[in-house]
Design a protein around this ligand. Structure first.
Ligand SMILES: Nc1ncnc2c1ncn2[C@@H]1O[C@H](COP(=O)(O)OP(=O)(O)OP(=O)(O)O)[C@@H](O)[C@H]1O
Ligand SMILES: [Mg+2]
Length: 358
């Protein structure tokens, strides 16, 4: 007889210490019983970015408390869960090690199955925490370290259609915020200030817009923002205009490349009701959500976005990915090591560095 599955998820790949208890219901839908995320934003703010050793120390200090809170909020004891899932990569090794080791210890001690989760698979499957979605679907993953179009054929089965050849989109937002002195973390700051600026004031570059399929590039755009930001110095109005123009240019790039990805996806799947999923921290941006939603509808794709609370890093997505892997018997033993790099599509070419041909 089928039973409901309940997993503990643990996430420490970067600067969020997170734990969550997620249940898969008998109809395959998800129920998040608890999701605790402790952000280290305040600790890293004064450095303008994540300091790995500080982040790791903070994970060590907080992880026990965060896991206890997740269990307590879900009103469940460790003995009652069906398995433990922890992020094993990609990310900062010193940070990953903390959550992965605690997860392995808890699984070993309580004799529960253990799943080492790819953080990107967590993001890729995260929209299913609040929507029922059937495979295959087209995914745009826009986060702090990654920007990719993927066909999600099934759990553990991905085909990369395109990726950034330089900066990730979240990184471009963070750097733009820094150059314009808008605050930290950068993405939400740019979004907030962009609302007050003229989005058509600056004409900024849209790198590789008409070539390289649905691969993307943001480095040239970032340099253009740097050049302009030096010219305008402290002029508040122009800084707002530049933030708005930057965000508008990103929207144009995403729209253009998403259209290419739509036609690539249609070559793969001739279903009528195609689904386009957008996940990762940048998917929280309301202007990006709105424009991609409109574009999807025009192109007969059903748009599905991660719930706002599951766009950025969280452990509910890790628990959910753990349950899905457990169901497919994709378990790990307790000597699994953390990985700093771990692409979802292992056959995809590495698209960074010198000698790249587009
Ligand atoms: N409203 C927003 N608009 C634009 N960007 C945003 C917004 N909110 C968050 N971000 C960006 O999302 C990123 C964080 O997302 P996420 O937590 O998924 O990334 P990460 O875990 O650091 O990277 P990865 O998942 O690739 O390993 C940051 O770069 C942040 O600036
Ligand atoms: Mg992430």
């Amino acid at each position: 007889m089928r039973k409901k599955l309940i997993f503990l998820g643990i996430e420490t790949s970067c600067d969020e210490t997170a734990a969550s208890i997620v249940q898969e219901n008998l109809d395959g839908s998800a129920k998040v019983l608890s999701s605790i995320v402790s952000s280290q934003v305040k600790e890293h703010k004064k450095f303008g970015g994540v300091v790995p050793e500080l982040a790791a120390r903070s994970h060590i200090e907080n992880i026990d408390f965060i896991i206890s809170r997740a269990l307590k909020d879900a009103r469940i004891k460790l003995e009652k869960i069906d398995g433990v899932a922890a992020t094993a990569g990609p990310g900062l090794i010193v940070c990953l090690t903390v959550g992965l080791n605690v997860g392995k210890a808890l699984a070993g001690f309580s004799k529960k199955p253990f799943v080492a989760v790819n953080h990107l698979e967590g993001h890729a499957l995260s929209p299913a925490l609040s929507n029922k979605i059937k495979f295959p679907y087209l995914l745009l993953l826009i986060s702090g370290g990654h920007t990719q179009f993927l066909i999600v054929k099934d759990v553990d089965d991905y085909k990369q259609l395109g990726t950034t050849i330089d900066d990730a989109l979240g990184e471009a937002f963070d750097k733009t915020a820094k150059m314009l002195n808008l605050g930290y973390p950068g993405g939400p700051a740019v979004e907030k200030f962009a609302k007050q600026g003229d989005k058509n004031f600056y004409k900024l570059p849209e790198p590789i817009i008409n070539k390289a399929g649905c691969n993307l590039s943001f480095a040239g755009l970032k340099t253009a923002v740097l050049i302009q930001s030096k010219k305008i110095k402290e002029n508040k109005k122009l800084r707002l205009n530049l933030a708005a123009s930057f965000q508008e240019t990103i929207i144009k790039i995403l729209n253009k490349k998403t259209k290419v990805a739509f036609s690539e996806f249609k070559k793969f799947s001739n279903k009528k009701n195609n689904v386009f999923v957008v996940a990762g921290g940048v998917a929280a941006n309301q202007s990006i959500r709105k424009s991609l939603e409109e574009l999807s509808k025009k192109n007969n794709f059903k748009p599905i976005f991660s719930d706002l609370k599951f766009c950025g890093d969280n452990a509910a997505m890790i628990a959910w990915a753990g349950i899905q892997r457990f169901k497919r018997k994709l378990l790990n033993d307790l000597n699994v090591e953390p990985k700093s790099r771990w692409p979802l599509d292992k056959s995809a070419p590495y698209m960074k560095g010198p000698g790249l041909k587009l």
